[in-house]
Design a protein around this ligand. Structure first.
Ligand code: MG
Length: 343
């Protein structure tokens, strides 16, 4: 699930059930159906993680744990083709899916890309974007499906694994402990600010407020059109003893909420790193940054590991607390926000 950067608050009726309740209800139905195939023991089986984390972890048959994730990009919900190219849509669909494996400290291996497109869409451009992202994250596209339809929809499914190195399990949302330090892998709000700038340009409005150098403007636009999955950052954090992680798709405030609920903890933020040209509101609630939020009992070890790997230093943002449901920013309750699909 990721947050469509439309600048509005969500899709669907206000009184409809939200996407999280919808997913939970469907998940319960799927687990019940799984009993026919897996009649004994707990569901999910020990060593597996099903619906509810960034990616599913499966340990089918003789295989070691493998990770599965899928995501959707839908025209006019997640992307506006007046603001980005068809190539960008392909690139983004691949990256946002791979980002869920990055959040588990895993690496993608193979992918399927399924496409719905109206007749006026250049499929070669769409394929170029998908291919460029697949090279950038070292994940081979091996198949998919294609159908005509009223709007562009790209669904990518990836398969991956925990890479080489000392054996540690995947980084789950549920592993954070009170006292852990929280950090993000980079400044936030870039995608939302890039989206805002592109809309201002489209409507021929001045960017308003701030004077930004062209390089900073380009960075924001690129953050919106060409997000990068933080695969190295996720893997290095896992190997350096991180306790939990999630990628920022819905928005920092919303995504740390998912992590806190899964872990049964609270979160106290003391800083929100904002990318140049974005607002704190965009950094907290904008979403689609695809930086990782990581919890760790040993921040020094992670900083050292990032430095050794040549990665940007992790940015401390706060602490995990022992009060479930607590969500504060600089001592004040963190206002809820972020995109929610309703049905
Ligand atoms: Mg995710």
């Amino acid at each position: 699930v990721h947050r469509p950067n439309s600048g509005d608050e969500g899709t669907g009726p206000r009184d409809g059930i939200d996407e999280f309740d919808a997913i939970e209800a469907m998940g319960t139905r799927f687990v019940a159906a799984a009993r026919a195939r897996l009649p004994e023991g707990p569901l999910p089986p020990v060593g597996e993680v099903w619906i509810g984390d960034d990616a599913a972890v499966v340990a089918s048959g003789t295989h070691a744990q493998v990770l599965l994730a899928t995501d959707l990009v839908v025209q006019d919900v997640h992307v506006d083709l007046r603001l980005c190219s068809v190539e960008d849509v392909g690139y983004k669909a691949m990256m946002v899916t791979v980002s869920d494996l990055a959040a588990m400290g895993a690496r993608p291996d193979r992918a399927l890309a399924s496409i719905v497109a109206p007749p006026d869409i250049d499929l070669q451009q769409l394929a170029s974007g998908l291919a460029e992202a697949s090279e950038a994250c070292d994940c081979v596209i091996v198949g998919g499906d294609l159908s005509g339809g009223p709007v562009v929809v790209v669904s990518v499914a990836v398969y991956g694994a925990l890479g080489v190195g000392p054996a540690t399990g995947p980084l789950l949302r549920s592993g954070a402990e009170p006292g852990d330090r929280l950090f993000v892998t980079g400044p936030l709000g870039g995608s939302a600010a890039g989206f805002r700038l592109l809309r201002q340009r489209l409507h021929d409005r001045p960017p308003g407020g701030q004077e930004l150098p062209p390089s900073a403007l380009d960075r924001l636009v690129l953050a919106h059109r060409r997000p990068r999955a933080r695969l190295d950052e996720g893997e290095v954090a896992r190997l350096a003893g991180a306790s939990a992680a999630i990628d920022i798709s819905d928005g920092l405030a919303s995504d740390i909420g998912h992590l806190a609920r899964s872990s049964g903890v609270g979160i106290s933020l003391d800083a929100v790193p904002v990318i140049e040209g974005a607002t704190e509101e965009e950094a907290l609630h904008g979403g689609e940054d695809y930086e990782l939020v990581v919890a760790t009992p040993d921040p020094r070890r992670i900083s050292d590991a990032y430095r050794s790997a040549g990665l940007r230093p992790p940015v401390p943002i706060g602490w995990v607390t022992g009060t479930p449901g607590e969500m504060v920013l600089r001592g004040e309750p963190l206002p809820p926000g972020g995109w929610i699909h309703r049905f």
